[in-house]
Structures are given as structure tokens and as C-alpha cells.
Ligand binder design. Structure first.
Ligand SMILES: *Cc1c(COP(=O)(O)O)cnc(C)c1O
Length: 397
């Protein structure tokens, strides 16, 4: 196993702590050689460790809460309305309620391998919730840097309750990441943001599960929200690994969705560029993707171009509308960022980008209750009534 810079190709041994290329400053990826038959997975437990041959840690030493193996659901009602074959991967069903758990399971296992005593991250919320839980399980000290006043309540509750040291930084996520990176490079903590290539190794199992659920057939498109751009990179890496292993014959187009107020990747794709112009003051209700300077942009842009995919932005209004649609039409509750994928799907259909009958998978990244305030504010207050049968009968109608 080695690590390699995705831009200049410089290689590094995988047993030293390094986050970015010391030659060109870009992000690294983990490369390992795995030669197995897909039959090997049969009969194994339905969590992400069924793909242990593709994961860069010793499975017998894993720090796990049974992550992965999340529901893969055909949306019958929305498929009919939108005239596509729509499936969703419900990542809110992971142990702490987002896909970050897949990455943290591998990342915290790696932290133990490296013998560190402290882990840390900057976070819009879910990364800190997940890291706090996995660090607790591993017996590691955990420090999280959050943008002050901007983290959804469910996520903040989790980070604090699992015992992380929570620092509210009086600035945005991008600044918090800049600061925590300084602490990581100074040796104060092991960094578990998605710049850490081992985290993405865990997250690539989303792709593995989608392909296995579809009976080793690729969907036409995979659509997901993009913030720091780690997840789209991870899923594309997973797709390529199963393609190169001959488990599938075709690959999907990767489609990244950003919020209008935080869309540097979308702007780069419009101009077919390989670099981005950071957004200074990113703003959106979808706090999980409120990121102006995504660290994984080199990987994400390559994923989009290599797969013939695209990126587009949606408004906060479109996001909240899609969130309600999913809840009311399919019974699936997600946080706003996750609904961006459905909002994007609707826009792509309206724009004529997607054809009728195409098979689309939307990745629903986090649970509704992560951001309870958004959910409550979207509804009318419940009626307060005396416990009087006749009165209630009139109201129910
Ligand atoms: C982290 C997160 C995202 C964004 O993922 P990136 O890898 O940063 O692009 C989207 N939705 C939710 C719910 C998240 O927690």
C-alpha cells in the first residue's frame, strides 16, 4: 500500500502521517492492490466491513459501530412523478446519522495504528459528531473546531455528549479547517477531515454497496451534495476499483450538487477548469455544504470530468422544497444538504439533461433530526386542545 499525490503523482509510504503532497501541496490518495472475486462477499454481514479486502486497515482491529449496510430504497412515488428510475441510499441510517461514520471507522482505526492519543477536525457538524463517537469508542482524546453559531443542534449535541472538547471558532468552516490543520501539522492532533485519504477509503464503500444492491449493474447517474468534496471523490474511487476488478462493465456519471451560495465546484465545471476560485463568505441553509474552499476539489473535478458527469447549484428554496417532498412522498427524513441531491435531480430533469427511464441513485447524506429547527420551522405549530372528545371530533372532521 502507498499514497500518491493526485496532481503530480509523487508517491509516499502509507505508514507515515502525511496529509498533503510536500512537492505540490495537493491531496493524496491511498493505493492498494486487491485481487479477489466478488463471490468472496457472499454471506458476509451487511455492513461496510464486508469489503474488508478493499480497506487499508487490519479489519480485526477495527473501531466500528456497525457502519454501512444502509438502506437502498426504490422511490416508487417520486419515480412515477419524475419519470426516472430513482433509488436512494439512506446514509442517515448510519450509527451517528451520516455517511461520515464510514470514514471515521477507517480513520480512527488508522489513528490507533499510528499510536496517536488525540484526534481532531474542523466541522460543519456531522464530521465532529461522528469523530466524537468513534474517538470515545477508541478511548482517544477528541478536539473539534466548529464555526460559532452555525452548527445544527443535533450535530452539536452529539459532539458535546460524546465528550469531545468543542471549540466554537468565531469565523466560518474554511477558517476553522485552516486553524485545525496548523495544529495537525504541529503534531498536536491527528487530523480527520476529508483531506485525510484514509477517511475516503471508508466512504468509497457507499459505491460498493450501491453496485452490489443493483446486482453488479451500474446506475446511469449518481447524484450527491458536495461540500468539502470528499464524498464524491470517495464514491468515484470506489466505482473505479470495482470496475477495475471486473465486478461491473459500466460506470455511472457523477453529478455533484452545491448550494447557490457555496458553489465553487459548479463554477469550475462551467468553465471546464481544473482549479477553483474559493467563495469568501459561503451561505446556505444546508449547513453541511456551507463550504467556500473545498480541499478535495482536485479529486472531485477529476471524478466529474472522468465520469462525463456534471455539477450544478440549487437555491435554498429548492433544497427545502425537495426535503419536504422526500418526507411526504417517500417517508424519508433527511437534513437540508441531503435534499440538495433531490433538488438537483429535479432541476436536471427540468433542464432535459436526464432522459426518461434513466436509472439514478441519489445519496441522502444525513438524517432529518440532525437539524430539528429547520424541520419545526417548516411546519405549522401543533394545535393545543382540551381533552374533550366532541371538540376533538369536530377538529378531526
Ligand atoms: C459532510 C456532508 C456533506 C458533504 O460531503 P463532502 O464530502 O464534504 O462533500 C453533505 N451532506 C451531509 C449531511 C454531510 O454531513
Amino acid at each position: 500500500m502507498i499514497m500518491r499525490c493526485v496532481v503530480c503523482g509523487k508517491e509516499y509510504p502509507a505508514d507515515e502521517i502525511i496529509y498533503t503532497c510536500n512537492e505540490c501541496g495537493s491531496v493524496l490518495e491511498v493505493l492498494m492492490e486487491t485481487e479477489v472475486s466478488k463471490k468472496i462477499f457472499e454471506g458476509r454481514k451487511w455492513n461496510m466491513w464486508r469489503y474488508k479486502e478493499f480497506l487499508p486497515v487490519d479489519e480485526s482491529k477495527k473501531v466500528s459501530l456497525n457502519e454501512g449496510g444502509t438502506p437502498f430504497i426504490k422511490c416508487n412515488n417520486l419515480s412515477k412523478d419524475l419519470k426516472v428510475d430513482l433509488y436512494v441510499k439512506v446514509e442517515g441510517s448510519n450509527p451517528t446519522g451520516s455517511f461520515k461514520d464510514r470514514g471515521m471507522s477507517v480513520g480512527v482505526t488508522k489513528a490507533l495504528e499510528f499510536n496517536v492519543d488525540t484526534v481532531g477536525c474542523a466541522s460543519t457538524g456531522n464530521t465532529s459528531a461522528s469523530l466524537a463517537a468513534y474517538a470515545a469508542r477508541a478511548g482517544l482524546r477528541c478536539i473539534v473546531f466548529l464555526p460559532a453559531g452555525k452548527v445544527a443542534l443535533g450535530k452539536l449535541a452529539q459532539a458535546m455528549f460524546h465528550g469531545a472538547q468543542v471549540l466554537s471558532i468565531k469565523d466560518n468552516f474554511d477558517k476553522a479547517l485552516e486553524i485545525v490543520t496548523k495544529f495537525a501539522l504541529g503534531g498536536y492532533l491527528y487530523l480527520l477531515n476529508s483531506v485525510n485519504p484514509f477517511r475516503l477509503e471508508g466512504q468509497k464503500t457507499i459505491a460498493f454497496e450501491i453496485l452490489e444492491e443493483l446486482n453488479w449493474e451500474s446506475p446511469d447517474h449518481i447524484i450527491l451534495p458536495v461540500g468539502n468534496a470528499g464524498n464524491i471523490s470517495a464514491i468515484w474511487k470506489g466505482i473505479k476499483e470495482f470496475y477495475e476488478s471486473d465486478f461491473i462493465d459500466e460506470k455511472p456519471c457523477m453529478i455533484g450538487i452545491q448550494a447557490e451560495g457555496a458553489s465553487p465546484i459548479v463554477e469550475a465545471v462551467k468553465k471546464q477548469k481544473l482549479d477553483i476560485k474559493p467563495v469568501k463568505n459561503p451561505e446556505t441553509v444546508a449547513t453541511a455544504i456551507r463550504i467556500g474552499s473545498p480541499v478535495n476539489y482536485p479529486k472531485a473535478l477529476r471524478a466529474i470530468y472522468e465520469s462525463n458527469g456534471t455539477a450544478l447549484s440549487v437555491s435554498d428554496e429548492e433544497i427545502l422544497k425537495a426535503q419536504r417532498l422526500l418526507a411526504k412522498k417517500e417517508g424519508i427524513g433527511v437534513e437540508p444538504a441531503s435534499a440538495a441531491s433531490i433538488a438537483g435531480l429535479i432541476k436536471l430533469i427540468d433542464d432535459g439533461y436526464l432522459d426518461h427511464g434513466e436509472r439514478v441513485v441519489c445519496v441522502l447524506t444525513g438524517h432529518l433530526l440532525k437539524d430539528p429547527k429547520i424541520a419545526i420551522n417548516a411546519c405549522k405549530k401543533p394545535l393545543e386542545v382540551e381533552p374533550d372528545f366532541n371538540l376533538l371530533k369536530k377538529i378531526i372532521g
